[in-house]
Design a protein around this ligand. Sequence first.
Ligand code: FAD
Ligand code: SF4
Length: 500
Amino acid sequence: MMHDVARAARDQRLDADVVVVGSGAGGAVAAHRLQRAGKSVVLVEEGPAIDPRRYHAESWEAMKQLYYDQGMRAMVGNLIIPTMQGRVVGGTTVVNSAICFRLPDEVLERWVEEEGLRDLSPDVLRPIFDEVEEFLNISPEEDRYQGRHNLLMRDACAATGWRGHAIRRNSRGCHGCGRCILGCPEGAKLSMDRTYVPAFLDLGGELLTGVRVEQVMVSRGRAVGVRGRAIDPVTMRRGRRVEVRAKAVVLACGTVGTPAVLAESGLGGGMVGRNLVNHVATGMLGFFDQEVRAWDGVNQGYCCDHFRKDGFIVEVFWAPLDLMTIRVPGFGMAHKQRMARMGHVAGWGAMIRATSKGRVWARPGKAPAIFYWMNKRDGALMQRAMKATADLLFAGGAKMVTPGIHGVPTELTDPGQTRLIAEANLGSQAFNPIGNHPMGTCRMSERKGRGVVDSHGESHQVERLFVADASVFPDAPGVNPQVSIMALAAHCADYVATVV
Ligand SMILES: Cc1cc2nc3c(=O)[nH]c(=O)nc-3n(C[C@H](O)[C@H](O)[C@H](O)COP(=O)(O)OP(=O)(O)OC[C@H]3O[C@@H](n4cnc5c(N)ncnc54)[C@H](O)[C@@H]3O)c2cc1C
Ligand code: SF4
């Protein structure tokens, strides 16, 4: 059953076998899996449950409705890098692009080796990935819903000989309206609010919405529940007290939220919030003679993963036009003239497996601050990735490319000019990236002093306190993370079910 507690008139107190906090990629899967294992589970979510028909079509309204900090959350350091997170039942899966990759075997093997992880291997996760992929109908979109901008990358890969493929997506009945990042108005994207959360409720699970968990309760070194406050989704005003007592606590508030709850509780040790990693991504626009109409078709439907093992992949990207305008260079008439050609534009972007580090600095009673410094190595990798992206756009038939890199001409009009990207003396601050895949702030490691949780996601400091979200990743895997988060959360939940 679902209870909206945001404006409850009375304090709430519940009991369960397990309380799971956060209903995004990690929390929804963990809650469902535990309920299916016969445990009584209370799932607590800060955001509201929103019917897809109520999603706003206007970007800024939708961001207020669905994102933390109205979509303005950023990592601050030698650059300011937007890092967005959903605040709604279903978490960031509600606003993501539905791109689905499995964790590459070699990445997991490296994690196992470097962090001394136990009971984790590609063979252990394979059946979990199979199950998640089937449940979420993960498959490439039909060509008719891809749109020209995705199919052009397919042509470009064929022309360059670089490996590429249609992106596999968690959707059913998608007709390519391209609005994924504002929430799918058709309910076609199989985000957690459409899949694992309803399946959890069908099994008898309890969902509390509109509750921000503030603290984990601990007794004799063991987690015994959580407490927090109802929170109004519009005014953010704190309301009644909420307490859920349980035999185990699973935190899945995301890479920023989970260290914040741990810090507020004075738990987790000195590594909490450290080791913030991300996939840094940035895009460029290609102007074609032919009509592209990038707003027709899925926003991210094709990728070139030829250079994945070198540390980057190139993916098509698109966003609603009011957001795309900020990627169009120029002011006044120059901007207007380029905007007039938007029907002929494709946006492709490079995403690097960044090694840069940052920190979520969470202090009791204060909103978390996010620091991140992009290092020279990542700047150089981004430079290489952007050159490849420009080459790909020209190979796909673009007549002009706007790289959006400080220190490189605003317009490149000839394929030979892409060398200007490679040859420019660029630092990491020359780019305008985003980093929507924050990970790592509660690193999973068996090595002393390196990790916050062990191989099953259990805290090194507090018994029966688990973390099941992106924050457990030891480093950036180099592919879009949602399915890997789900698989690791399922692995964690299976273990929790054996101890509770
Ligand atoms: C615009 C965008 C596009 C993306 N596209 C893709 C993509 O196509 N493919 C992909 O693999 N990844 C994508 N991602 C990233 C991916 O969606 C996230 O990595 C993933 O959802 C993170 O899962 P999580 O469980 O760690 O956190 P989330 O999914 O963010 O869930 C955390 C939940 O916890 C709740 N919460 C936080 N704090 C509290 C608290 N104190 N009390 C109660 N509840 C709390 C939040 O409201 C949220 O619902 C995208 C991200 C963005 C922003
Ligand atoms: S492209 Fe449109 S219909 Fe398809 S999943 Fe995204 S928002 Fe839904």
